[in-house]
Design a protein around this ligand. Structure first.
Ligand SMILES: Nc1ncnc2c1ncn2[C@@H]1O[C@H](COP(=O)(O)OP(=O)(O)OP(=O)(O)O)[C@@H](O)[C@H]1O
Length: 273
C-alpha cells in the first residue's frame, strides 16, 4: 500500500469491457472517497456487476485504469486483494465444508493463524446470526444463509474496502436488518463500502455517496445530498428516476388479454379450495 493513503478508495477511469461485439462498459468512471458508503446504482444490465468484476480482477479491462486504495489493481492484483473483501452476486461457496470450516478456511487463505481464523469465524457467525448453523454443511444452507455466510467470509481478513453486489438478495426482513447494522458498523469504523442494490430504500438508509450508471457509463455521482440538490429531488429514488428515463415497458400493453375487466369477482367462501 502507498505510504500516504489516497483520498479515493476506488479511482477508476475510462473503463471499457467488451464481450465479443457487445460493449458492456463504455468509459466507466468511478470515484469512491475513503470511508464513504457508496451506493452503486443502475437498472438491470447497466454494468454494475461487470464493473465489480473488473475492480476485483475477475476480468481485465479492455481499456482504462483502476486504482484501489492507491494501488494499480490491474498491474498488482494480488496486493490489492489482500485489502479488499468481495460479496459477488453469484455465490460459489464450498458446499462440502461446514459454515465454520468455510470461514476458517477463508481466514487461513488470507494468512491468519488457525486460532485467529477460528476466533474471527466464531465472531462473524455470531454477527450474521449463523452460529446455530455453524456445524451444518454449506450445501444445507438456505439462500439467505448462504448470502450471510458469504458476507462473513468477505470480512474475515478485516478488509479496508468491501464490495457487495446485491447483498440483500434473497434475505428476509429480519436478516436484512442484521446485515444493515453490520454494514453500518463497518462504515462507522472507517471501512469503505460499495453496495449495489435495486432496493433504493436500503441505499437511502445507508449511503453517504451514490453513483448512477446506465449503458456502461456513469451518469452522475457525488454525495447523496449533492445529488438530491443537483436534481432537485427529495430522495435518492427520485434522483434515480430523473436520471434513468422511464422504460418503454411501463407504457406497453398486454394486448392479448383484452380490455374488459371480469364482469364479477366472486368472493371465495372461507375454507373453500
Ligand atoms: N459474460 C458475459 N457475456 C456477454 N455479455 C455479458 C456478460 N456479462 C455481462 N454481459 C452483459 O453486459 C451488460 C452488463 O451486465 P451486468 O451484469 O454488469 O449488469 P448489472 O448492472 O449488474 O445488471 P443487474 O442489475 O441485472 O444485475 C448486460 O447487457 C449483460 O447482458
Amino acid at each position: 500500500m502507498s505510504p500516504t493513503p489516497p483520498d479515493l478508495a476506488v479511482d477508476a477511469h475510462g473503463l471499457v469491457k467488451r464481450f465479443g461485439e457487445f460493449t458492456a462498459l463504455n468509459g466507466m468512471e468511478l470515484a469512491i472517497p475513503r470511508g464513504s458508503f457508496y451506493a452503486f446504482l443502475g437498472p438491470n444490465g447497466a454494468g454494475k456487476s461487470t464493473t465489480i468484476a473488473l475492480l476485483t480482477g475477475v476480468y481485465a479491462p479492455d481499456a482504462g485504469r483502476i486504482s484501489l486504495l492507491g494501488v494499480d489493481a490491474v498491474a498488482r492484483p494480488l496486493e490489492v486483494k489482500r485489502h479488499i473483501g468481495v460479496v459477488p452476486e453469484e455465490l460459489s461457496l464450498f458446499e462440502r465444508l461446514t459454515g465454520r470450516q468455510y470461514l476458517t478456511f477463508c481466514g487461513r487463505m488470507y494468512g491468519l493463524s488457525g486460532d485467529e481464523a477460528a476466533a474471527r469465524a466464531a465472531e462473524l457467525l455470531e454477527l450474521t446470526e449463523l452460529t446455530y448453523k455453524a456445524g451444518a454443511l454449506v450445501a444445507e444452507y438456505s439462500k439467505g444463509m448462504r448470502r450471510r455466510l458469504a458476507i462473513a467470509a468477505a470480512l474475515i481478513h478485516a478488509p479496508e474496502l468491501v464490495l457487495l453486489d446485491e447483498p440483500f438478495e434473497g434475505i428476509d426482513v429480519l436478516a436484512a436488518g442484521v446485515i444493515r447494522e453490520l454494514l453500518r458498523e463497518l462504515s462507522r469504523r472507517g471501512v469503505t463500502l460499495l453496495l449495489t442494490t435495486h432496493v433504493l430504500e436500503i441505499a437511502e438508509r445507508l449511503a453517504t455517496h451514490a453513483g448512477v450508471i446506465r449503458g456502461g457509463r456513469m451518469l452522475d455521482q457525488g454525495t447523496v445530498q449533492q445529488l438530491m440538490q443537483r436534481y432537485d429531488a427529495p430522495s435518492l429514488e427520485a434522483v434515480f428516476e430523473k436520471l434513468i428515463s422511464v422504460p418503454a415497458a411501463r407504457n406497453a400493453k398486454l394486448s392479448f388479454y383484452g380490455d374488459a375487466p371480469p364482469a364479477e369477482v366472486v368472493p371465495l367462501r372461507r375454507g373453500s379450495a
